[in-house]
Design a binder for this molecule. Structure first.
Ligand code: MTE
Length: 312
């Protein structure tokens, strides 16, 4: 990986050593002749370690295997193991992302163009799922703000809506009644422009595996994982708060904001603590969940004066 070392770097012992990624890649390379599923044959995608405040947690990244086999991607099934098993059918080329709505320069981006739009950075973020588990993942991407600036939003654009692929031919659970397809999500404009909001193309120094949202997803580290829409095909700028897939399915359980908040429980899962994937076992202690998933210093001011019990 071409990660530049600087003063903000965590100590080498605190992050997964580069050699671990590289050994795995070598191993996969050696196996490439064998019939590997597409998702297990990754290509390199590297970025410079980000210097944005909060962009690199010192915590140890979750094992690659856990992050790529314990997933939520309902288009490929509802079991955690389903996406890794089924997402090999997703076709990530050709791929375009339509950027439309209240912008002066609406346009369709080819994925190859998007990959080159801005310099890639590595971000090591905690991801907290509303179901009570969390991971630490080294993502590769660039701030969504880089794309937003290029399309010039109009003054009336107050929200950004993300629409993801819903292709019955390649996604076996699209059409099932779990959710209203396509899976959609949204952010307020200031959230979308925040430097921590990452348009994401890779993880662990490689392109995103299909089950993690290839070829492009969003990652919003201070919100529950479901805000991070996978396999995006449309980004729409709108005036009013857009409907979202989970809010539509169960409005009393999933709000629009969905900021990680240990003080507001989900009706079915406590949000006070979390289980870090990979730290299982009889005596594994649960971790305390932090407000805004530990990113309060960076994003707390976006919500000044808002009642976060009401706007969950
Ligand atoms: N995006 C799409 N298109 N479909 C989904 O079902 N699940 C969400 C989110 N993005 C989902 C999605 C949920 S509930 C979570 S927790 C995260 O993806 C999981 O991301 P990961 O599998 O990369 O950890």
């Amino acid at each position: 990986m071409l990660i530049r070392i600087d003063a903000n770097e965590p100590r080498a012992s605190e992050i997964t050593p580069r050699a671990v990624h590289e050994n795995r890649r070598l191993l996969l390379g050696a196996l490439a002749g064998a019939a590997l599923p597409a998702w297990a044959a990754p290509q390199a995608l590297t970025g410079t370690r980000s210097a944005v405040p909060g962009a690199v947690t010192m915590e140890k990244p979750t094992a690659y295997k856990d992050a790529t086999t314990y997933n939520n991607f309902y288009e490929f099934g509802t079991d955690k193991a389903d996406p890794a098993r089924n997402a090999h059918t997703l076709k990530t080329r050709p791929w375009t992302v339509e950027v439309e709505g209240l912008v002066n320069k609406p346009r369709r981006f080819d994925i190859e163009e998007l990959l080159k739009l801005a310099p890639m950075e590595e971000r090591i973020y905690r991801l907290r799922c509303v179901e009570g588990w969390s991971m630490v993942i080294p993502w590769v991407g660039y701030p969504l703000a880089q794309l937003i600036q290029r399309v010039q939003p109009q003054g009336s654009a107050k929200y950004v809506e993300f629409v993801t692929l819903a292709d019955k031919a390649t996604m076996p659970y699209v059409g099932s009644r779990v959710l209203d397809w396509p899976y959609t999500e949204g952010l307020r404009m200031d959230e979308a422009l925040h430097p921590l909001t990452l348009l994401t193309f890779g993880m662990y120094g490689e392109v995103l595996p299909n089950q993690n949202g290839a070829p492009v997803r969003i990652v919003v580290p201070w919100k529950y994982g479901f805000k991070s829409a996978k396999s995006i095909v449309k980004i729409r700028f709108v005036e009013h708060e857009p409907p979202t897939a989970w809010n539509g399915a169960a409005p009393q359980e999933y709000g629009f904001y969905s900021n990680v908040n240990p003080a507001v429980d989900h009706p079915r899962w406590s949000q006070a603590t979390e289980r870090r994937i990979g730290e299982d076992g009889l005596f594994a202690k649960k971790r305390k969940t932090l407000p805004f998933n530990g990113y309060e210093a960076q994003v707390g001011q976006l919500y000044a004066g808002m009642d976060l019990k009401k706007f969950y």
